[in-house]
Design a protein around this ligand. Structure first.
Ligand code: SAM
Ligand code: SF4
Length: 336
């Protein structure tokens, strides 16, 4: 009998609740060139952290340590990750780390048409692009950026590329884009793509906006179910989205409803900020600085020990429904 031996039969990242963490979201900067009204309505303002983002070597050590502990999928996010000139290098460092099977990128897509092939050549396997509306003027109103048409062309180019997965993210916003479903359905009819509708989450900065524009994902979910969309089985390593398909459409709809019961039970992800702080939860109260442990290869064991120890402190779930947003001022500071 042949027994498959994993190259690293090492300790896994597992918490007190038996959850495993094969997925890391790494923010590589907090700056952004958009002004999404729910995230950075006044645009990015540089703070003390500017210029102190983890560099390529620090990221290489970080990714290796996580991969050794069972991380298989890395998602690079921001702020807007494409603003970093060394992004292709960061992608290839991640793609080459032993154990990493998928390297994804979450982007606003403003430069997708220019960089897609370079990112794919560097080892990118998955792409999530944010598109909050399909009407150009609505898109501009929400993001502060014109250029929807070029973005949609670039997404079509990505759909024809060797990428294993291309997804679109749209944040649900009452009175701003809650009338866009018919346009999305038209879009999904012949495209093999998943559009994930994300329920707006409250952050430290957006309380008033949240109260005005929060739209419950469940309302949309009930509606699509009535229209014949069927829930797909959840893969064991799936993210937080509940995914639906319909026989008349090539594309799929994902629903991300962070306020729904049990949302945290399936948590499989950890986060690291652009300055190297580990965040056990998007809405957690603490960040654990890892940067001091990323300065030399000799610190590898200490870094792994810290990650395992910290996981022991991860809580069962967030308290977002009680308005407790933790450290997060806006998603650009951590990458969503
Ligand atoms: N700039 C990139 C982008 O927009 O795709 C990556 C970073 S962005 C912070 C990651 C994701 O978080 C985006 O899909 C964005 O729409 C989402 N997001 C930002 N603020 C949010 C909020 N308050 N509630 C829900 N999703 C949010
Ligand atoms: Fe920038 Fe992304 Fe935040 Fe929009 S959601 S302001 S693109 S970081």
């Amino acid at each position: 009998m042949v027994v498959a031996v994993h190259p690293y039969p090492s300790p896994q990242l597992e918490d007190r609740f038996g959850r495993r963490f094969p997925y890391l979201r790494l923010s590589i900067l907090d700056a952004c060139n958009f002004r999404c009204s729910y995230c950075l309505p006044n645009g990015y303002r540089a703070k003390d952290g500017r210029g102190k983002y983890l560099d390529v070597q620090e990221i290489q050590r970080l990714v290796s340590a996580f991969a050794r502990l069972g991380m298989r999928k890395l998602r690079i996010t921001g702020g807007e990750p494409s603003l970093r000139r060394d992004l292709p290098e960061l992608i290839s460092v991640a793609a080459e780390a032993t154990g990493v099977e998928n390297v994804g990128l979450t982007t606003n897509g403003a430069t997708l048409h220019r960089h897609l092939n370079r990112w794919i050549d560097a080892g990118l396997t998955a792409l999530n692009v944010s598109v909050d509306a399909l009407c150009p003027e609505r898109f501009e109103r929400i993001t502060g950026h014109a250029g929807l048409e070029m973005l949609l062309d670039a997404i079509d180019q990505a759909l024809d590329s060797p990428l294993r997965s291309v997804k679109i993210n749209a944040v649900l916003l009452r009175d701003l884009n809650d009338d866009q479903l018919p346009k999305w359905l038209e879009y999904l009819r012949d495209r093999n793509v998943t559009v994930r509708f994300i329920e707006l989450m409250q952050t430290g900065d957006n309380l008033e906006y949240f109260q005005r524009h929060h739209y419950r994902a469940q309302v949309l979910e009930s509606h699509i179910v009535k229209e014949g969309w069927q829930l797909l089985d959840r893969a064991t390593d799936a993210g937080p989205a509940r995914e639906y398909q319909h026989r008349d459409f090539r594309g799929r709809i994902g629903i991300i409803a962070p306020y729904s019961a049990n949302f945290c039970a399936g948590c499989n992800r950890l986060r690291v900020t652009a300055n190297g702080d580990l965040r056990l939860c998007l809405f957690g109260e603490t960040g654990v600085p890892l940067r001091a442990l990323l300065q030399s290869d000799d610190q590898f064991s200490a870094l792994q020990a810290t990650l395992i120890r910290q996981l022991g402190l991860k809580r069962a779930g967030h308290s977002l429904h009680a308005g407790e947003t933790g450290l997060i001022q806006h998603f650009a500071s951590i990458g969503g």
